[in-house]
Design a protein around this ligand. Structure first.
Ligand SMILES: [Zn+2]
Length: 110
């Protein structure tokens, strides 16, 4: 099983509360100056806020995928237990055309 997870977040800060025309402060993420403010009024570029959110969503997605992968592996293991190989059986001309009478075969019953 293979999972590819891509997260892209674009933050739209069109509201004027996100722009401080008078003060350029270091972005809380990348430390370069910006006039933009996040929802907690800290200096932050929209791109930095979007990338930060994308990383959080990505980590959540990885955990979810890992849980689902582990549960599917556990489910397959449980199924394999119930479909355990049958006891060795002796070939019978009526059922095992590929085996010679008296030849022993072990495997999963089909
Ligand atoms: Zn930044």
């Amino acid at each position: 099983m293979s999972i590819e997870l891509q997260v892209n977040v674009t933050v739209q800060w069109r509201d004027p509360v996100h722009y401080d025309a008078e003060h350029s402060l270091p972005c809380r993420v990348c430390k370069t100056p910006t006039h933009m403010r996040d929802n907690t009024d800290l200096a932050c570029h929209p791109r930095c806020a979007g990338d930060e959110l994308a990383r959080e969503i990505f980590r959540f997605g990885q955990r979810l995928a890992d849980e689902r992968f582990r549960s599917s592996v556990a489910r397959r293991a449980a199924l394999a237990q119930t479909a355990a190989p049958t006891a060795p059986r002796v070939a019978d001309e009526r059922f095992d055309g590929g085996l010679q009478p008296g030849q022993v075969s072990a495997g999963v019953a089909r």
